[in-house]
Design a protein. Structure first.
Length: 68
């Protein structure tokens, strides 16, 4: 199994501790900020840049499935 590069709403909900609806809104906000169209997921890099969270911390949390 390879490493994941993208986050879906379930991942964002887990990372942020929010409901799925709020996680989807965060994804829409990020996609709008970076002017990305026709994508329902965001990259780990886009997430970390948008929320000013260290990339390595997000990557570690996603790959270990640890709730932060």
């Amino acid at each position: 199994m390879g490493y994941r590069l993208f986050l879906n709403s379930n991942d964002v909900a887990l990372l942020m501790g929010v409901c799925d609806k709020t996680a989807k809104q965060y994804i829409r906000d990020i996609l709008n900020e970076y002017k990305i169209v026709k994508r329902k997921r965001i990259s780990i890099r886009e997430y970390s840049d948008y929320f000013k969270v260290p990339y390595d911390d997000v990557l570690r949390a996603v790959h270990s499935k640890v709730k932060i």
